[in-house]
Design a protein. Structure first.
Length: 132
């Protein structure tokens, strides 16, 4: 299961990154809408990877892990508005912000794939752990 979760997260991260980068280059509202839907569509893969893994390996600490995870995710919402203003003033365009977000999506998938080597909590382990 952990391999599936890793691949799901990587596919979601790179897929949303590609759609975010494509969004910047869109010339029509229809293409922009399709790219935007792609970003959110790939989030389904992303969440079925890391969020499910978080619930599975957390055991009695799942609530704490979820709280820390939400705190880290909320930091992006605090940092991005001033960063966006800075980049638009500096470059005259939103492109740098969207490309930066795309890169961070891809990096997050790689980080998860590299570090998600945890084993499920003892109460969630199956008899054979062939899928690790």
């Amino acid at each position: 299961r952990l391999k599936i979760r890793k691949w799901s997260t990587v596919i979601g991260a790179f897929g949303s990154a590609a759609c975010m980068a494509a969004f910047v280059r869109c010339k029509t509202p229809l293409k922009a809408a399709i790219s935007s839907y792609g970003v959110f569509g790939f989030y389904c893969f992303h969440h079925s990877g890391f969020a499910a893994n978080l619930l599975e390996v957390g055991g009695t600490q799942t609530a704490m892990l979820n709280a820390v995870n939400n705190m880290i995710k909320s930091a992006a919402g605090i940092i991005c508005p001033p960063l966006g203003v800075f980049l638009v003033r500096r470059t005259g365009s939103w492109h740098a912000l969207f490309y930066g977000i795309a890169v961070l999506h891809a990096v997050s998938g790689l980080v998860f794939a590299g570090w998600a080597k945890t084993r499920p909590a003892p109460q969630f382990r199956e008899a054979d752990d062939k899928d690790e």
